[in-house]
Write a protein of this length. Structure first.
Length: 226
């Protein structure tokens, strides 16, 4: 299932979400256009490497928690993340406010990356991408807008169908898929690259819990506008 939109209109301009989208896109092209050598050097220097974090000089790797979430490994990686951020981020920002959403996004990204790092402490593979922070956004969206419906592309063999599905179904399916793949990845040898499924899982859970603890709900703002 591929989400392409939702039915909730924001009450205010999501300036933080727009900024995050722009920064991620600009950073990707600034790091990839100079060539593969520069791109890989940037990934190694600013991606989060668990083995460095838990090594003798872990403090030096702490800034990588933040820099890594603005780097992406490919155009497909960037595009998928930005699609989800575009669809779900504006509504979460609307509920939390600009400052609250900014803090939430960064905190979600850090805690998501930490989840991955704790389960891969010996890995020397750099972790990059906004997906951990965006997973936190998805978790918060599910808590804040449980009754929302999401316009979704459903592949049916050689055909595709567009349908309005409950957010709980779309995001629940996404989370179960991450959990399934995450469990399978636990047996992978250290140093193996791939998708950081546990960052997605950790981010989603963190986002849902934070949203619940903040007691944010559409009712606080008079209900969502459809």
């Amino acid at each position: 299932m591929i989400p392409i939109g939702d039915e909730i209109r924001s009450r205010r301009v999501p300036v933080v979400n727009y900024t995050l989208l722009a920064v991620n896109i600009v950073v990707f092209f600034l790091t990839s256009l100079p060539g593969d050598s520069f791109f890989m050097a940037t990934i190694m220097d600013f991606g989060l490497i668990p083995a460095q974090l838990f090594g003798g000089n872990g403090a030096a790797a702490l800034p990588d928690f933040f820099t890594s979430m603005f780097l992406h490994g490919s155009l497909v990686h960037l595009g998928g993340n930005m699609l989800y951020l575009w669809i779900f981020g504006d509504n979460v920002e609307d509920a939390m406010g600009h400052v609250g959403y900014s803090i939430f996004y960064l905190a979600g990204g850090v805690l998501a990356a930490l989840t991955h790092a704790l389960l891969n402490m010996q890995s020397t593979v750099p972790t990059v991408g906004a997906s951990g922070a965006i997973a936190a956004v998805l978790g918060a969206y599910l808590v804040l807008f449980p009754g929302s419906r999401v316009r979704t592309i459903i592949p049916l063999g050689y055909y595709m169908r567009v349908a309005m599905l409950p957010a709980a179904a779309v995001l629940g399916f996404w989370f179960v898929l991450q959990l399934f793949e995450g469990v399978l990845s636990l047996g992978a040898p250290a140093g193996t690259g791939g998708v950081a499924f546990w960052a997605h899982i950790g981010g989603f859970v963190v986002g849902a819990v934070i949203a619940k603890l903040l007691a944010q709900s559409p009712d606080r703002y008079g209900g969502p506008t459809y």
